[in-house]
Structure formats: structure tokens, C-alpha cells
Design a protein around this ligand. Structure first.
Ligand code: FES
Length: 161
């Protein structure tokens, strides 16, 4: 199965060879391949659970609050959005855009959309559903959602990646 990284690598190689009329050296090819293999933005579904103390984030004290946090290499090292949906319910969404993997930003205002800076796709922070497709393109799908369980006794949100 071809990945976006494979396609980009192939497109780059064809473009480079066509524009300079030259053959890339073996070391240049090895460098390109190694660059993609070390890509830290690959999706992650490791099953690893992390615990997050919601009380440490003032922005999550009220329903509708959203924060963006990174949990090590989970989600390929990219942050996730943690959204407070109710007194005891939260949604956790990847910030990786479903179009071309740019990092989606926090809403500009309360209850606003999550907006991708690359091609302006927009996502519903309550569900991750794409509400506006990338500029000049069709819909590309929702943000990945991770399972999360909240314990109101301890204020701990357990997120499974
Ligand atoms: S990468 Fe997000 S809209 Fe294109």
C-alpha cells in the first residue's frame, strides 16, 4: 500500500530528475528514504494509555473548553485536542489534518471550529467531523478520535492511543 510519504518521495524524485536532467546519486536516494522512515508524524494506534489530570488545565474547568497537548510519541508525536463536552465527558481528537497531515489549530473563539492553517479545512471540535473541506478540494474526512474515560473522583482522564 502506498503512503503519502511514498507518493511525495516519488513525486519529488520525478520532479528533481525532470528539472535538472540528472540522475540522483545513491547517497541522495538513501537520504530521502531515511528521511521518510524517521517521519514522526505517522499515525499511532498503539493501545498505550496515558493519564491526564484535567484539574491542571484551567481552560478545561468549563464545558466547551479546549486545550492542545502532546503526549510523547503518541499520535506520532503530534498534539491532541482535549475538549470538555460536559461535567464528566471529554473528547480527544488528533491535531493531524485528514487532508495532508498539517497540524490543525485551536479555535479562534469559544465553540469555534478547529482550523487547519495549510488549506483552511475546518473541523467540529465536538466530533472531529470535517465541516469545511480544504480549499479547492473535496472533503477528506474527520480528525482521528481517541478513546477517553474520565474519573470525576480523581479528575483523571485516561486516553488510549
Ligand atoms: S493539510 Fe489541512 S487542509 Fe490541507
Amino acid at each position: 500500500m502506498s503512503t503519502k510519504c511514498d507518493r511525495r518521495r516519488g513525486e519529488f524524485l520525478l520532479s528533481a530528475a525532470a528539472s535538472i536532467g540528472a540522475v540522483l546519486s545513491a547517497s541522495a536516494l538513501a537520504s530521502l528514504i531515511a528521511g521518510c522512515e524517521s517521519d514522526t508524524t505517522k499515525p499511532s494506534t498503539t493501545g498505550q494509555m496515558v493519564q491526564f489530570d484535567v484539574s491542571t488545565e484551567p481552560a478545561l474547568a468549563n464545558v466547551g473548553g479546549v486545550v492542545k497537548r502532546t503526549f510523547g510519541s503518541n499520535n506520532g508525536g503530534m498534539p491532541v485536542f482535549i475538549v470538555r463536552m460536559g461535567e464528566t465527558s471529554f473528547v480527544v481528537l488528533s491535531s493531524r489534518c485528514s487532508h495532508d497531515e498539517c497540524e490543525v489549530g485551536l479555535p479562534a473563539q469559544q465553540n469555534g471550529a478547529l482550523v487547519c492553517p495549510c488549506h483552511r479545512a475546518e473541523f467540529d471540535p465536538k466530533t472531529g467531523t470535517q465541516t469545511k473541506p480544504p480549499s479547492g478540494r473535496g472533503p477528506t474526512g474527520p480528525l482521528q478520535r481517541f478513546s477517553a474515560t474520565f474519573d470525576p473522583q480523581t479528575n483523571i482522564l485516561a486516553i488510549t492511543f
